[in-house]
Every structure is written in C-alpha cells, then in structure tokens.
Design a protein around this ligand. Structure first.
Ligand SMILES: [Mg+2]
Length: 437
C-alpha cells in the first residue's frame, strides 16, 4: 500500500495548567500547556498523529503555520516521502517563500516539527512498530538518508555519521534487551516548579523518593534568597547522594548567571540549565568555563532552534549536557543529526520533556540514542514530568524512575479524541467553563 496522504487537520488544544502553577518557572510564570495537534489521513484509513508544544497564547499562530505548509504534504504518499526523507525535510524547511519566516526556527519550524512528527508516526504505524524500534531496525545508511547535513558538514559529515552508526552495531541487541528489561533512566521536574509552596515541594519530594526517584530538578532564577532556601530544602530532603539539577529558564545575563549559580554551588547541582539567552553561544561558553571549577555543568537545548545552533554550542564547548527537544527541532530527522553530533563531541544527551506529549515523544529518541549511537548511560537521563499523560492513547510507562520502552506502533502522540474536543481552544467545554466564570 502506498498510504497516500489525503488530508491534514490541525487543532489548537490547550490545558489550563496555569490555574495551579504547574510548569511555572522564572520566565514562564503562568503557562497553559498546549499543542498544535496534527492528524494526517490516508487513502487506506491509516492515520498519523503529530504535535508541537506551546505554552498557551500564540498556539493559533502555529496552527496557521501548519496550515500554510499543509499543501506540501497532502497528495504525497508515505512511500514517496520516506524513500527520499532528506529531500522531503528540505522541501518543508526550504520552501522558497516560506523559509523567509525562519529559516528553520521560530513558529514555522515548530509547525514543521508537528507535521514531520505526524509523518514519522504514520511511518511507524505502517510498519507496525513503535518509532524507537523502527529506528533501531533501520540500517545506518537509511538512518543517515533521513538527515539534512546542510550547514553541519564542518562538524559531522555523512560518512562520519555512517561510521558512528556502524561502530555502534556491536552490542546493539544486548542494549535493546537491557532497555526492554530495565528502561531508560529518568529524572523528575514535578516536585519543584517555581510557583509551588515549600510545603507542596516537601510533599511531592517525599512521594517521589518513595516511588524510587533519585534525580531531581529545581526551578530557580527569580529570587536568590528563595533559591537558596528551596535548594537547601531539596538537598535536605534528597540527601547528599541523590542528584540535584537547577533550571533558570534563561533568566540571567552572563555575569549574573555566574555569580548567582556560584552562590548555589554549596547545594552541589550537577548542572544549571538555560542560564541565559538560548541564542548566546559564547555566553554559555563563558558560563561553562567559569562554573567548571565548581563541578557544575551547563545544560541547554529546549529552545535551541536547530542543528546549526547545536553544532556551534558543541564546537564552542558551551554546554556539557545536550537537551534535545522533540517539538522544537525539525522532528526525528533533525534530532538524529544532533544525537550524532553530540556523540562525536562526546557530550551526553539528556532530553527535555514535560509539557504536553514531550515525554511520550522524546523517549523514543533517547532509546535509539542508547541502543544505536552512544551505547552509554553515563551521566545520561531523560526528563520526566508527571502530568497530562492521561490525555494520550499510549501514555508513557514509568517504572522505578525509568522510561519503559513503548510497545504500541507509532510515535505515542495520539491524543484521546474526547480530550482534544474538550480542550480545543476556545470552543471546548473546559474553556467555555473557565471563560464563563
Ligand atoms: Mg528547562
């Protein structure tokens, strides 16, 4: 079957998370976790589901951008797309007129991520495999044929990428079995959103420790004295041997980041995440250099808009942890490029997740990274946030603080139709109720 794509629909789906401060950080104080949700229909009845994540207002702009690229997808068959996936990626990202809106960044790139996520979901469903397994079973040349190497060949050539993947074939089977048995290590961000009270933080941390969590992230950056109190509390709760990370969500200038984080060094954070502007490569390099003697690394990536930026971060030794995002970059295609570059530069990948569906999606990519690229779990873990999973048809399965490999075919981003309808903005029941209050 050719699986010809007959239509693309996109909807604005929002969850009122700001009501309880879920997801709050130093820069996003009242996020309503949202998605632009894409469904591809095919002539044989199979569907592909994809999404990109936003934090509320403006989702309608992403929806509009998805509609603008729909004409490049509808009418094509899945086989036509995947037989030249690099070409299709470039068709979407390099349209002669629309590339002016990016290129490969901002709203247009988020929209392309949603569309490509749906194409990958469709492909995995057509093959009857979860996406991670589709990738694991592909041969190195086929994987590399999905990547657009334009602008990154000075850091990683196609030949080098094949070489990395061929080398990692050894032990692949063993690592796959290991993942199926034990899952991929995760850390939790759910205990310490910036808007949570100390009491709530304590309660959530106690519960998380009981459930086997050993790695925790705290939001910081609004007030130094508050940060000291919260980090101290957190460290007391989790003890000296568990892992603590801090996340400033781009709050500081470079010098401020260095002095602020230095004053939190006594709490021994493994990394500071997004200390400054996500575009400031040299700033991140300066912060990395200043914090290295304190044993604190720099992590970033959730708003790193494309592979070219990641390339430069790696070349400049500006980060010690690469945080890929399944909806910020151009889907699996561009994330594959970043995983391979990170491996070449020997920097561990610790994906960004949370939001709506980000955990569901990125677990596939990090499983592939371990099984087929890095072969290592050293200093690696995937973010986990414990909400909104109930809206998905195949929600993540966490066991003893590990992501268990998904078994259902696809990319795990199909949402329950009832959830989509009730949360559709602004006409869904959930929103009409809030607006009429
Ligand atoms: Mg973050």
């Amino acid at each position: 079957m050719l699986h010809k794509i007959t239509s693309l629909t996109v909807r604005d789906v929002r969850f009122p998370t700001s009501l309880e401060q879920h997801g709050s950080d130093a820069m996003h104080t009242d996020p309503d976790y949202s998605v632009a949700y894409v469904v591809l229909d095919t002539d044989c009845g199979l569907k592909g589901f994809g999404l990109t994540f936003t934090v509320g207002k403006g989702t309608e702009i992403v929806v509009c951008a998805v509609e603008a690229v729909a004409g490049l997808v509808v009418g094509k068959s899945l086989q036509e797309i995947v037989s030249d996936f690099r070409g299709f990626y470039r068709l979407l990202t390099s349209d002669g007129q629309m590339r002016w809106l990016g290129p490969e960044k901002g709203v247009i790139h988020l929209a392309i991520a949603a569309v490509l996520n749906a194409v990958w979901d469709l492909w995995a469903r057509a093959e009857g495999k979860p996406l991670w397994k589709l990738l694991v079973d592909m041969d190195p040349k086929q994987i590399v044929s999905c990547i657009d190497f334009r602008y990154i060949t000075d850091a990683l050539t196609e030949e080098e990428a094949v070489e990395i993947l061929v080398k990692a074939q050894e032990g692949k089977q063993r690592r796959e079995e290991h993942m199926l048995k034990e899952g991929y290590p995760a850390y939790t961000t759910s205990c310490a959103w910036l808007g949570y009270s100390d009491q709530l933080l304590k309660q959530l941390c106690t519960d998380a420790l009981k459930s086997g969590w050993t790695k925790f992230k705290v939001k910081v950056g609004a007030d130094l004295e508050d940060d000291k109190r919260r980090c101290r509390l957190m460290r007391q709760m989790i003890g000296p041997d568990n892992t603590l990370m801090i996340d400033a969500n781009q709050r500081w200038d470079v010098a401020e980041a260095i002095s602020w984080v230095s004053s939190l060094a006594e709490f021994k954070p493994l990394w500071v995440e997004e200390p400054t502007s996500p575009d400031d490569i040299l700033g991140h390099a300066a912060i990395s250099k200043a914090l290295a003697p304190l044993g604190i690394g720099v992590a970033t990536g959730e708003q790193c808009h494309n592979r070219v930026m990641f390339k430069q971060f790696l070349q400049a030794s500006a980060l010690q942890f690469v945080q890929i995002d399944s909806c910020r970059l151009g889907s699996v295609n561009e994330n594959l490029a970043v995983l391979l570059m990170a491996h070449k530069f020997q920097v561990p990948v610790c994906p960004h997740a949370g939001g709506v569906g980000l955990c569901e999606l990125v677990q596939h990519l990090i499983l592939f990274d371990y099984i087929c690229v890095s072969g290592s779990l050293g200093n690696r873990m995937c973010e986990y946030v414990d909400h909104l999973h109930e809206h998905f048809t195949s929600p993540v399965v966490i066991h003893d603080a590990h992501y268990m490999p998904p078994k259902d075919p696809g990319y795990s981003c199909e949402m329950l139709e009832s959830s989509v309808q009730s949360h559709q903005y602004p006409e869904g029941d959930v929103w009409t109720l809030i607006m009429n209050k």
